[in-house]
Design a binder for this molecule. Structure first.
Ligand code: S3P
Length: 173
């Protein structure tokens, strides 16, 4: 599989809490490609955490930084790239990602997303909401089609463990 993939990038898209970071790191080990996280890269460049960017520059400011960082990262070779959940909102980003490598939509049910994000404090879009489940459902409804449109491969995260999921994914590549 490593030979077949060569230095092709693998790009993970999907909702907050879908497991992009966890699966991305595991894939990075299995496929011997460097793991890169676009949110980490944004934080590294600005020197502040994501919530601070939202606070100072709003979501629009964050999206602008996100697009810039993604444009740079897709130029890299042989990486596993975990994108932020909102990366696909922008049509140019979608095109950029699709051209940048094999895009995988890590799909998860709203129930699972809820379970994995309910104690989270670092995702501004999920804070200050009275009903987290409804909020996630709303985002899922807005974005599911965009993830599908961007992805070359769709994989259900479901209840399966990381190792199983990674194997399932590799089989689809
Ligand atoms: C966002 C997802 C976050 C982060 C930011 C906005 C979103 O990344 O980019 O808080 O719009 O879904 P994760 O998907 O890694 O949580």
């Amino acid at each position: 599989i490593q030979k077949k993939l060569g230095d092709t990038n693998i790009i993970l898209v999907g909702m907050m809490g879908a497991g992009k970071t966890t699966i991305g790191k595991a894939l990075s080990n299995s496929l011997c490609k460097a793991f890169v996280d676009s949110d980490h890269e944004i934080q590294r460049r600005t020197g502040v955490k994501i919530p601070v960017i939202f606070e100072i520059e709003g979501e629009a400011g964050f999206r602008k930084r996100e697009s810039e960082v993604l444009a740079g990262l897709v130029e890299k070779k042989n990486i596993i790239l975990a994108t932020g959940g909102g990366a696909v909102l922008n049509a140019e980003n979608r095109q950029l990602l699709r051209r940048g490598g094999i895009v995988i939509y890590l799909r998860a049910s709203v129930n699972d997303l809820y379970r994995r994000t309910r104690h989270d404090k670092n995702r501004p879009l999920l804070q200050a909401t009275e009903n987290l489940y409804a909020r996630l459902n709303e985002l899922y409804m807005q974005r599911d089609a965009l993830y599908r449109e961007t992805a070359h491969v769709i994989i259900d995260s479901g209840k399966q463990g990381v190792r199983f999921l990674v194997q399932k994914l590799i089989n689809k590549l």
